[in-house]
Design a protein around this ligand. Structure first.
Ligand code: SF4
Length: 985
């Protein structure tokens, strides 16, 4: 028996106090589900229904558990006895520890579990397996499949015998039941447990005891968050824990069930009130999602079959909007989104942390989007950024590498690291922020090393580096001590760490070290003997990034650039759902796994139409969940490549969200983009129209006339961004900015134009020449990229031309004839390059290599077109597709080449032997090459310092030259009569 109560926020108090028995709280997006849970726990304690340690809150991630625990503590006031908020896995480990007196098995990390499965598969009798798997049993890919499959079995509480019965119906599962049994026995013998069998063992332990485990694990009240995401094992644990008291509250939203691939069973929520006689309470009003967004999201999900659904909640009273746009290419889509984000932050004043750009898959468009944001200097977090790649942690890794290598060489043992790697690590350390030597001083020390002196002695030659010498001379902290102790040993041995993290600009370093310590702590739970050297070896495994704590965030608020799944549970003001094209979203591929573990669920069948219906419904729920993260604005974007390339068609979800029945009318937002929403933007838009040669003459005249009137008082030039005189009260750089060689070049030509075009990003600096150059670079990257690692010095002209033509397919120079004309020009350049390819060239080791280095606290970044390697060292090459080239003397101190050489030297050791600009578009018989004088690197470094300092001082004086005649902002340049009219004074 059950009854249903739908409540508004005003009725919460009454329901919160009625906390006994079994209760299913159905809570739609933004209805205050977590707040309800927190307040219910507080009421249980305040009404003295149970002591604090008699209440348990279960959730899925450590982050959620910590957040709920903090909120409960805040509500109840600090106490030495907090209410326990934890994850299912931590709880399960606690149950086993309690039952075994602290001798519970150690959980395997994901990479460890896959490695264990792979080892066992390597010794399998192949004849037990289907023929199609016999050749791949010991491969990493198959090991991952099997590792995931056995986890899914455990989460469903399936024994090897259960699996054997199921495998009788599926020939492709032959081999799995026997393996599953051997795998579980192996774990038991080794005293280890995976995340699935951890839950199974906890269930068994709880079932054995009359009251919990019969040894003190029993709670008067159990509360479970996000119940729609529970697996059968997790639902069983919730039931067993609450069985003695009969007090179990679960909260969930069937519309947000999106984790079936991770073992979540949606029917858990549907069957809750069939298993228990209890109440169903629906939180009826959303505090976050306004009508426009909610009704649009419901249009998508409406066709879905949702067991246990509560029906639509009432929307929040504020206004929202949903927009849908279609672009002709991904680059245009990404650029437009980045522009909109930029505008939202700068013009509308929205905090970057309140903006999300979500995509269905990490594989698609994420890099393109990240580059578009980076070009605009918009801080953003990517889901795949790894903590171990953070410079703060890399520094520890470098110290470990040097110490471990030197220690191994002293003892004559093998090291997991190589001497060359340790040398490169030492050079990074010397030049990095912890030590910060000049290049000259670093070279001096490196030359001692080249003469055969070990690094510990090299460091000891300099008084200020004696601490480092002592640390490197003692290898125990790196290879013998537990990792966390090794880390604190480094920390306390080098006072430099304290100084560096105390710096106000190094908040992200502080956060990175704090996360690093947490990760080491967690790792110690699993493998107490793991050293720092062992940790970094494990962490280099790509799948290690799956550990949530391994990600780190930017310094300060950042736009979330992430997947739709990872946005679950978060909320934003503005949400972009990008790359919404059929084939990507919805993702209806037959199965993401070869072994099809989803068929372990009794709900699932091999019937094609049922499989497809299940998949589309979960994708609908994913769309609903993503849209309802937004408080005020949702923007769907997609590309439409046209009838010829039918695979890039806008998603059916985009159409449903728009409310349209056809895609007609969902065009590019170009015109809307031009509509100003502020005074500053109005002036910018008018300036653009006035200066736009293809705008209609009446529009240009009208724009000039409005601007002329405005200068007599209607507008205030102080708010006209880009022409206001610079001053300390109106800096345009912000406290953090970066530089690049092309920025330095722009600044040197004219600081005024640089500030307006590059820093304020007014005007359009792109041209067909730049587009052509960029497409040629992409084609060369494609053609030459195939040869990396082959030892061949360069590719074939036909391959390069084919790559070039493929790039042109998506290019748009304005018309078909123009496209063909620019392609012909590009082909000529590419042919010329391959005909004149220098004989001295060596095989490339990297293409389009991103590099960066710090100059006086400012990061310089750049991309090296081609990095060659020969026995002598590295050669840096930059292709130039223009016909103008510098003099030999100017190139000798080229900032671009000098910066690349300095950055490569810093990263790889001082072994750049040449840095060259290649000009294939000139008419010379052989390739026109301009070279850097490597003996003048100190001069280049000084020039970089000078320009950094000038830019930092915000000196934007105009520099009149013959280039003024082609300058797009001449009409607002104070150096010219027509530009002075832009000022009031
Ligand atoms: S008109 Fe000349 S001086 Fe003025 S901003 Fe443009 S390039 Fe610089």
């Amino acid at each position: 028996m059950s009854d249903e109560t739908r409540i508004d926020p005003g009725e919460w108090d009454r329901i919160l106090d009625d906390c006994d028995g079994y209760q299913l709280i159905v809570a739609g997006p933004g209805t205050g589900k977590t707040e309800f849970l927190v307040r219910r726990v507080a009421r249980i304690v305040e009404m003295e229904k149970a002591p604090r340690d008699g209440v348990l809150v279960l959730t899925f991630s450590r982050r959620a558990a910590r957040s709920i625990g903090d909120r409960i503590a805040h509500r109840l006031g600090q106490s030495t006895m907090p209410v326990e908020a934890t994850t299912f896995h931590s709880l399960a480990l606690g149950v086993l520890e309690s039952a075994t007196g602290g001798a519970a098995p150690t959980p395997l990390t994901t990479p460890e579990q896959v490695a264990t499965v792979r080892d066992l598969l390597g010794s399998e009798d192949e004849s037990n397996w289907p023929v199609s798997y016999r050749g791949i049993l010991a491969t990493p890919g198959f090991a991952e499949e099997v590792a995931d499959f056995v986890l899914r079995c455990s989460e469903r509480l399936l024994t090897p015998t259960d699996l054997e019965a199921m495998a009788r119906e599926r020939a492709d599962w032959r081999g799995l039941p026997g393996f599953y049994e051997r795998y579980l026995k192996h774990l038991e013998k080794a005293g280890r447990v995976d995340y699935g069998s951890l839950l199974v063992q906890a269930v068994a332990q709880l079932e054995r005891g009359p009251n919990g485990a019969g040894d003190g694990i029993g709670y008067s009240y159990v509360l479970v968050d996000e119940y729609q995401d529970t697996s059968p094992a997790q639902a069983r644990i919730s039931d067993l824990l609450s069985a003695p008291s009969g007090n179990l509250t679960v909260t969930g939203d069937p519309y947000q069930s999106i984790y079936s691939f991770r073992g979540a069973e949606l029917r858990n929520i549907d069957e809750f009130l069939r298993r228990h006689d209890g109440k169903r309470i629906v939180l009826g009003r959303s505090f976050r999602v306004p009508e426009e967004i909610l009704s649009s999201a419901l249009r998508i999900v409406r066709a879905g079959d949702l067991p246990g659904a509560a029906g639509p909640v009432e929307s929040a009273p504020h206004q929202g909007r949903v927009e849908c746009y279609i672009f002709d290419q991904e680059t245009a889509e990404a650029e437009w989104i980045a522009g909109q984000v930029d505008r939202a932050i700068r013009v509308e004043g929205i905090d970057p942390g309140s903006i999300a750009i979500l995509m269905r898959s990490k594989q698609e468009m994420l890099n393109e989007m990240s580059r578009s944001l980076a070009r605009r200097r918009i801080p953003h977090d990517r889901p795949d950024r790894r903590l171990i790649d953070h410079p703060a942690v890399r520094l520890i890794a470098d110290l470990v590498e040097i110490a471990a290598t030197e220690g191994a060489s002293r003892s004559g043992s093998d090291s997991v690291f190589e001497t060359e790697g340790a040398d490169a690590a030492a050079r990074r350390l010397l030049l990095g922020p912890l030590i910060g030597l000049s290049l000259g001083a670093q070279r001096g020390l490196t030359s001692l090393r080249r003469q055969g002196m070990p690094w510990r002695e090299v460091f000891a030659t300099t008084e200020s580096l004696a601490d480092f010498g002592g640390l490197i001379g003692d290898v125990d902290w790196a290879t013998a001590m537990p990792a966390i102790e090794g880390f604190w040993h480094v920390w306390t041995s080098l006072p430099h760490f304290g100084e560096i993290v105390a710096h106000p600009d190094r908040a992200d370093w502080r956060r990175a070290y704090s996360s690093f310590a947490q990760v080491l702590d967690r790792q110690a739970d699993r493998d107490p003997g793991l050293s720092l050297a062992g940790f970094f070896e494990v962490a280099e495994d790509e799948s290690f990034e799956a550990t949530p704590l391994i990600t780190h965030t930017n310094d300060g608020p950042a736009v979330a650039l992430t997947t739709l799944h990872q946005a679950k549970g978060l909320e934003f003001d503005v949400v972009f759902i990008a790359n919404a094209v059929e084939g990507v979203f919805p993702d209806l591929r037959r199965s993401r796994r070869m072994l099809r573990p989803e068929l372990l669920s009794p709900e699932r069948t091999t019937d094609a139409s049922a499989v497809s219906a299940f998949q589309i419904q979960e994708e609908m729920r994913l769309a609903y969940t993503a849209m309802t993260r937004a408080r005020s604005r949702v923007v769907w974007t997609a590309t439409d490549a046209g009838v010829d390339q039918g695979e890039r068609r806008p998603s059916r979800f985009l159409l449903a969200a728009s409310g349209n029945t056809t895609l007609e009318g969902l065009g590019s937002p170009r015109h809307e983009e031009l509509e100003p929403v502020s005074l500053a933007e109005a002036e910018i838009a008018l300036r653009r129209i006035a200066a736009d040669p293809i705008a209609p003459a009446p529009a240009r005249t009208a724009a000039v006339s409005i601007l002329a009137r405005s200068s007599r008082g209607a507008w205030d030039a102080r708010y006209f961004r880009g022409v206001a005189p610079p001053g300390p009260d109106r800096p345009i750089l912000g406290s953090v900015f970066s530089m690049s060689p092309s920025q330095a070049d722009g600044y040197t030509r004219c600081p005024r134009r640089y500030a307006v075009e590059r820093r304020l990003r007014l005007g359009d600096p792109t041209s067909p020449y730049m587009t052509t150059g960029s497409l040629i670079h992409k084609a060369l990257e494609l053609a030459e990229g195939k040869l990396i690692g082959t030892g061949v010095s360069h590719g074939d002209v036909d391959d390069a031309l084919a790559a070039l033509r493929s790039q042109w397919e998506a290019a748009d120079f304005g018309s078909g004839p123009l496209n063909r004309a620019w392609l012909a020009r590009a082909e000529k350049i590419v042919r010329s390059l391959y005909e004149k390819w220098p004989a001295s060239s060596s095989p490339a080791v990297k293409l389009e290599q991103e590099v960066e280095m710090e100059i006086d606290g400012v990061t310089w970044y750049g991309v090296i077109d081609r990095l060659e390697e020969s026995a002598k060292g590295h050669r840096v090459v930059d292709y130039k597709t223009g016909t103008q080239y510098p003099t030999v003397d100017d190139a000798a101190v080229s900032i671009q080449l000098g910066f690349y050489a300095l950055a490569v030297n810093a990263e790889e050791g001082p072994n750049v032997v040449a840095a060259e600009l290649w000009y294939p578009a000139t008419r010379a018989k052989s390739l026109t090459i301009r070279k850097l004088d490597l003996g003048r690197l100190d001069e280049v470094e000084q020039a970089m310092r000078d320009i950094t300092s000038l830019v930092a001082s915000e000196d934007w004086r105009p520099q009149v030259s013959s280039a003024c005649n082609r300058c797009a902002i001449k009409s607002s340049c104070p150096a010219w009569p027509e530009g002075r009219g832009a000022y009031l004074s």
